[in-house]
Design a protein around this ligand. Sequence first.
Ligand code: PLP
Length: 263
Amino acid sequence: MDTPTRHEQHGRWPQATTLDDLERNLAAVRARIAAAARRVGRDPSGVRLLPVSKTRSEAEIRLAYAAGCRELGENKPQEAFRKWEAMADLTDLRWSVIGHLQTNKAKLVARCAREFQALDSLRVATALDRRLQIEGRTLDVLVQVNTSGEASKYGLAPDATAAFLRALPAFATLRVRGLMTLALLSADAGRVRHCFVRLRELRDRLRHDVADAAALSELSMGMSGDYEIAVEEGATVVRVGQAIFGARATPDSDYWPAAATPT
Ligand SMILES: *Cc1c(COP(=O)(O)O)cnc(C)c1O
C-alpha cells in the first residue's frame, strides 16, 4: 500500500467558513475513509470519524453541528469544558477530550466528557476516578501509547502498556475501550505507517496477554495528514480537525511539547 501522507498540507488546509464548506469537507473525509477501508477489505462503518474542534469558535462549532456532527474532540480540558457549558443547549452533542490531562483538571473532564483518549498515568486515573465517583458518572477511556519514540510525545512506552492496563480494573468508573496514538508527523509515509502498525500489533498482543483486555477493541489513530493510512492499518477512530475546519493558527507545540515540524 503506497498511500501518501498529507502532512505537507499541515497548516495550509483551506478555512471552512460556511455550512456548505463544512458539509463538503465532512463528505470528502468520509469518502476517503470509506475508500481506505475498502482497499483493505474493511467495512467503512467500522471507522468512527471524530471531528476535532480545538481553537474553533462557538459559531463554527454550531455550524458543524448543523452539518451533522454529534461528537467533537478537544485537546485541552479547559477549552472542552468552556465549550460544553456554552453549548449545553445541544443536548445530544458529546465531547471527547483527546489531549494530555493534569490531575488538577480531572474535575473538568469528569464533568463534561463522555470519553478521554489520552490516559497515560495512574495518577490521572486515580484523579479521574475520584471525580467521577463524585459526579456519579463513568467515562470511556483510551490509553495513549507513544509509538513514534519521540520524547516530545505523551503516552506510555509500548512495553509499559501491559502493566498499566492490568492496574486499571481498580478504577470502577473508567471503561477501558482501547488504545490511542499520534504518529510521527512526517512526509515519509512508511515511517508514519510503522507507528500505526505498532499500535495495532500491540493491541493484538495485549488482547492475548492481559486478562482483562477483552475491552481493547478501539484503535484511535490518524489525523488530517495521515488518517487514510491509519484506516488501512486498522483504525476504528480517526481524529480529524484541519481537513474539516481548516488550518489552525496555533502551532502544534501548544498541544504537545516541542512538536516536530513536518520532516
Ligand atoms: C489536534 C489533534 C488532532 C487533529 O489534528 P488535525 O491535524 O487537525 O487533524 C488529533 N489528535 C490530537 C490528540 C490532537 O490534539
